[in-house]
Design a protein. Structure first.
Length: 282
């Protein structure tokens, strides 16, 4: 099984799986009949790319994309117009160290500014409301535990906030709030999508199953506690989706081109199996 250190490192790799895209401005107030929700899950978030590929091949375009944690990164780039094939090409050539900047002893071991810069550079520095598809990143207020839906402003900063695992990546201050990983409050933000106006929701859960954990040291035990809580929340939220999708992510130990391909294939297979129900929403 994949140990927890590799899981966190893999999450950093996913945060770089992207490229540029062009767009015309759209208002956050645009109607959202059908929303696509992409949940958190670290490197398992590569499965989202497979879901996007299945939607693209079926000619389906959701009205709203809502992402939490790793899902915010994939969702932001998808909303910016990037395709699944390009995401996969970039994902296969990435290394875990490209987003690491040590900042200890602040509120995290790593500075997440490279995440923000990476996203901003590849989307032309546009604001969320300037994307061709409506998008919201889900983060958590570190002081209150409140869910925060970021639907306006700096896209890269929103993804940075949504992906800032507490204790590992520095929190992000936005509008007076100290924001961290969306997984804490909503790992599969179905309810947030409905609150943003979605009538129907397609939700993808790639959260880490606690039963697959290696438990060899205190760090593993600590992260296992986090996984148990988020997995329970994810299961509850997924059940409230009109079309729930939970890809069968294969067991993996290290990230590499073959692993990325397998994760993407798992997402595509799950989405194609759900395609009759997805088509019915449109």
């Amino acid at each position: 099984m994949m140990n927890r250190r590799d899981f966190v490192v893999g999450a950093a790799v996913l945060l770089a799986a992207s490229s540029a895209a062009g767009a015309d401005k759209q208002s956050p107030g645009r109607p959202a009949r059908v929303a696509l929700v992409l949940g958190g899950g670290g490197c398992r978030g590569y499965g989202h790319i497979g879901v996007l590929r299945a939607l693209e091949r079926s000619g389906i375009q959701p009205d709203l994309v809502v992402g939490s944690s790793a899902g915010s990164l994939v969702g932001a780039l998808y909303a910016a117009g990037i395709g699944a094939d390009e995401l996969e090409r970039y994902g296969k050539g990435l290394t875990p160290n490209m987003l690491r900047v040590w900042v200890f002893p602040k509120l995290g071991l790593f500075d997440g500014k490279r995440i923000r810069r990476f996203v901003s550079e590849r989307t032309g520095g546009r604001a969320i409301e300037a994307l061709p598809s409506r998008f919201a990143a889900i983060a958590t207020d570190l002081r209150t535990g409140e869910l925060v839906a970021l639907e306006r402003g700096d896209l890269g900063r929103a993804v940075q906030a949504s992906s800032s695992l507490p204790g590992l990546v520095e929190p992000v201050r936005i509008d007076g709030r100290l924001l961290v990983d969306g997984n804490l409050s909503s790992p599969v933000p179905v309810d947030a999508a409905r609150a943003l106006g979605a009538h129907k929701v397609i939700a993808v859960d790639v959260s880490f199953p606690p039963a697959e954990a290696d438990l060899g040291d205190p760090y593993d035990a600590l992260y296992q506690g986090f996984s148990i809580l988020t997995n329970r929340l994810a299961t509850q939220e997924l059940a409230r989706a009109d079309v729930p999708i939970r890809p069968k992510i294969p067991e993996h130990h290290k990230m590499g081109a073959a692993t990325v391909k397998a994760l993407i294939a798992a997402g595509e297979k799950a989405a194609m199996e759900a395609m009759p129900r997805i088509r019915a929403l449109f």
